[in-house]
Design a protein around this ligand. Structure first.
Ligand SMILES: C[S@@+](CC[C@H](N)C(=O)[O-])C[C@H]1O[C@@H](n2cnc3c(N)ncnc32)[C@H](O)[C@@H]1O
Length: 259
């Protein structure tokens, strides 16, 4: 029998299957296209850290977890076109509908030879990936949906090379906001679910967003969890008055047992 957490996880994945078709349009409208700007900025920062540890950006092995409709994958391919090259790239997501749209977008927008492989998997078990295979793992607006977060973070640490980089882009819980932060929070918690519902015709999916942010951890708490699996936070950048955060962590270059 499935545990309560497994059943809740199944519901979350089902919800993404249900909103997949309207996901991209809703995202762009709700963020006034800022989501693209934040993704690009976060990817550029992550690649700078990969470069700092690896010495170049050639033949990178990259995994985008909770890849959804492949926005991060496509931005990474685009960014690396001028800066380096890809050996392989995994797009990982448990939602079949999201992956179907990702496949279509990759076929239309990525260069034909881009070595992208999509895998229908949850973040807590990345078993097709080898130990220390990846130079970079990204997870954008995905970690909040992963109920077994500790298992997922252990998997990120296992699959990253030493000196490999993890990029988390997420609506983190934030307990201290200024006036503008409070306004931004009002927008994400009250206005955004209503517009999201009208655009997607799925109220529960967009009511889930503010609830999942309130139930989520803060940047400091994530930093502790990352440390516990041997990932050291090297940079933090906040967008929209701390509503969205980019956290960059590097896998320790010294030997450490993961707990
Ligand atoms: C808000 S979307 C983000 C998609 C994409 N990363 C983006 O930036 O647009 C969250 C994604 O998390 C995926 N997801 C839900 N549960 C997950 C899990 N346990 N492991 C990995 N991904 C999960 C969903 O299927 C969905 O595609």
């Amino acid at each position: 029998m499935k545990s309560e957490r497994e059943q809740d996880q199944k519901k979350i994945i089902g919800m993404f299957n249900a909103i997949a078709k309207t996901y991209d349009t809703t995202n762009r409208i709700l963020s006034f296209r800022q989501d693209e700007k934040w993704r690009k900025d976060a990817i550029a920062r992550a690649l700078r850290w990969v470069y700092a540890f690896k010495g170049d950006l050639q033949n990178l092995a990259v995994g985008d977890v909770a890849c959804g409709t492949a926005d991060m994958l496509l931005h990474i391919v685009q960014d690396l076109e001028h800066k380096g090259s890809l050996a392989r790239m995994y797009g990982i997501d448990p939602s079949e509908e999201m992956l179907r749209l990702a496949q279509d977008k990759i076929a239309k927008q990525a260069p034909k030879q881009a070595p992208i492989q999509l895998e229908c998997l949850e973040a807590k078990n990345l078993s097709p990936l080898q130990n220390e295979e990846l130079d970079l793992i990204t997870i954008a607006y995905g970690l909040r949906n992963v109920l077994d977060r500790h298992a997922a973070l252990r998997e990120f640490s296992r699959t990253l090379k030493k000196g490999g980089v993890l990029l988390v882009l997420e609506f983190m819980r934030c307990d201290q906001r200024g006036i503008l932060g409070t306004l931004a929070h009002f927008y994400t918690s009250k206005i955004l679910p209503i517009i999201g519902m009208l655009l997607s015709r799925n109220y529960s999916a967009y009511a889930y967003l503010p609830a999942s942010i309130e139930d989520f951890i803060s940047v400091d708490e994530l930093e502790d969890e990352l440390n516990a699996v041997g990932l050291e936070v090297v940079e933090k950048k906040h967008y929209l008055y701390k509503s969205v955060s980019c956290i960059l962590a590097v896998k320790n270059t010294q030997e450490q047992a993961c707990t």
